[in-house]
Unconditional design. Structure first.
Length: 550
């Protein structure tokens, strides 16, 4: 067979050669050890937390080594595309502080010299390399219909042979040039297949940066390189793009491990150096129904979508810190030893990543986020809450904007001290946190063990005892003295020893005041709350509560 003639027949319009592209995409000028990594999603608009995790790890690996991180849009499967799908992904990354050095910025704009960064705009590049493979006798057109492929599969099943298009089953491998010409002239659609040089008896091995040494049978399948419309498959596009774009480390989901033999073979026959692979296990979650682990599912778990974290107002620093804890299990230990260091000082390593699936735990994220937020200043909390609310809850944003000083002082309660309170995990929580400051309680969580008449007595007395000029240190001893004078034990311990001698203890008295002022049994420091509310509001709340008790 005259391969050159076949190549011209199939790719007559292609005039460039692989060398032309090699010259257009020169080797990157980076320092020794610098990694070039990428995130390569389909433009589905949906960013899964697992995708963010992969992008985060790839970004980290590039940045820590002084390298480059880029975003390539893999839109060879038009079925999965949605409108503005690229923008959704770029924003999803940006919201969590992952800025790209190169690649797509919007549906149409990009930065960087190794583009186009959208696969559908690289058709001619793929076809140029495809043509050169045909010239070398390493690729051929296949006219098999879906029915014919189905038949092959059935007969393989019957004979218990490996499924696929390979060896004796690869019917179109040996078509003559004349036969091919005839079929093309008759308008028959065809795909371009690899003529795999693989040997069933041989095995390949490669070193995965996360999973370690992996050994698998060599690829023998004549996989599809270009589909009937001339668009490449993931396999072919991956080899060409990551080669030309200079990717050093391909960090991707471990669902691709089984395809690695195909990819390594493609790199080899194309004359490319294979990248370092790092296959990430999927993000898992504890399954309440079965008690086992399962993948975080887009359909079942709202927290699978990255928008969930942004919309509920998790600070990006907290989410990134959390992703580090699931990326490297030694991060938590490091964090304990270095509570005040920037997370950027932690030495991240791919080889410390979990080989099985990292377990995603919202409670843990909440803890990390509370720890982060409790260390912010009240002004920082105000600003962040306002900017979250501007997008997520305009009504609340208006309230905050119109009451800046008041809102800031609410966020200042029990903040800036040794042991700041940890009430807020995400900005959404501030709505409930602030609620009773902006509105008098509508209902009261009165304690069952104090009769209404006793609660009224406590409140009436407290109105006369409370002094708006008293300090935080003076405040509680006065409540204690008042409790004693009304027949309550000064300390819970005293009460426990001899419950019959008291109506209750000082805690019950404080609770009655707390419920009167806030409606709730649990709240931050009551002294500070009253200070923030102001004396008049305090008095009017006590009166409203007494009315409620009557
Ligand atoms: N488009 C592929 C995916 O979303 C990319 C995999 C890779 O990173 O190479 O699974």
């Amino acid at each position: 067979m005259d391969n050159k003639k076949l190549a011209e027949l199939l790719f007559g319009s292609i005039t460039k050669t692989p060398e032309d592209y090699e010259n257009m995409y020169p080797k990157r000028d980076l320092k020794e050890g610098a990694k070039v990594t990428r995130f390569a999603p389909s433009p589905t608009g949906f960013l899964h937390i697992g995708g963010l995790f992969a992008a985060f790890v790839s970004h980290l690996a590039a940045k820590r080594s002084g390298g480059v991180f880029f975003l390539r849009i893999e839109d060879t499967d038009k079925k999965r595309e949605v409108e503005n799908g690229v923008t959704g992904i770029v924003e999803g990354l940006r919201n969590f502080g992952i800025e790209i050095d190169e690649g797509m910025l919007t549906e149409t704009d990009s930065i960087g010299n190794y583009g186009p960064y959208t696969q559908s705009m690289r058709k001619e590049i793929y076809q140029t390399y495809a043509k050169s493979l045909v010239e070398k006798g390493l690729a051929y057109p296949c006219f098999c219909t879906a029915e014919e492929l189905d038949e092959i599969r059935k007969s393989q099943e019957e004979k218990k042979q490996n499924p696929g298009y390979y060896g004796e089953f690869a019917k179109c491998r040996d078509l003559t040039l004349e036969e091919i010409e005839e079929k093309i002239n008759a308008g028959m659609p065809y795909v371009l297949r690899l003529k795999s040089p693989g040997d069933e008896a041989k095995r390949i091995s490669f070193n995965d940066a996360i999973k370690g040494e992996i050994e698998m049978p060599e690829n023998v399948q004549d996989i599809v390189l270009l589909k009937t419309d001339g668009i490449p498959t993931y396999h072919f596009a991956h080899a060409i793009d990551d080669h030309l774009m200079g990717t050093t480390d391909v960090i991707r989901g471990d669902e691709w491990i089984s395809s690695a033999p195909v990819h390594l073979q493609l790199f080899e026959i194309l004359g490319f150096t294979a990248p370092q692979y790092a296959h990430i296990a999927p993000v898992m979650k504890e399954d309440e129904e079965t008690g086992g682990k399962r993948k975080l599912s887009k359909r079942k778990d709202p927290e699978a979508a990255v928008t969930y974290y942004h919309e509920s107002g998790y600070p990006k620093e907290a989410v990134l810190e959390y992703l580090l804890t699931i990326a490297n299990s030694n991060f938590e230990e490091w964090r304990m030893a270095n509570p005040d260091s920037s997370k950027d000082e932690f030495e991240f390593s791919l080889s410390n990543m979990s080989k099985a699936g990292a377990l995603f735990d919202l409670m843990k994220l909440n803890d990390i986020s509370k720890n982060y937020i409790c260390k912010l200043t009240k002004e920082e909390v105000y600003d962040a809450t306002l900017s979250w609310a501007n997008a997520a809850n305009p009504e609340f944003a208006k309230l905050l904007a119109e009451n800046k000083d008041y809102a800031t002082s609410i966020f200042g309660i029990e903040r800036g001290n040794e042991k700041p309170r940890k009430d807020i995990a995400k900005w959404e929580d501030t709505i409930d946190y602030c609620a009773y400051f902006f509105n008098k309680p509508e209902s009261y969580e009165w304690a069952e063990n104090i009769a209404n008449a006793d609660a009224i007595e406590i409140l009436e007395t407290y109105k006369t005892v409370y002094d708006k000029n008293e300090t935080a240190e003076e405040w509680f001893p006065k409540v204690r003295d008042m409790a004693e004078s009304l027949g309550y034990a000064k300390a819970p311990k005293m009460y426990k020893k001899d419950p019959d001698s008291f109506k209750g203890h000082v805690g019950d008295v404080a609770t009655a005041i707390r419920v009167a002022v806030t409606g709730r049994r649990n709240s931050p420091d009551l002294y500070e709350i009253i200070q923030v509310l102001g004396y008049d509001e305090f008095l009017s709340r006590i009166d409203a509560a007494i009315d409620n008790l009557r």
